[in-house]
Design a protein around this ligand. Structure first.
Ligand SMILES: [Zn+2]
Length: 54
């Protein structure tokens, strides 16, 4: 698994849903960059960017 998608040690889970920055629907996961986002949305975003580290 690519390190950028291994969020087990870097992602956080919010107490209340926040709007996903990628799809706009409520998400509980906070990305390593501190943005509310679904992991699936983030993975798709990374895929579109060709696996760029950031
Ligand atoms: Zn989303």
């Amino acid at each position: 698994m690519p390190a950028i998608l291994d969020w087990r040690h870097t992602a956080d889970v919010a107490d209340t849903p926040r709007r996903c920055v990628l799809c706009g629907k409520p998400a509980l996961v906070i990305s390593p960059r501190g943005k509310p986002v679904h992991k699936t949305c983030a993975e798709a975003w990374h895929a579109r960017r060709g696996g760029e580290a950031r």
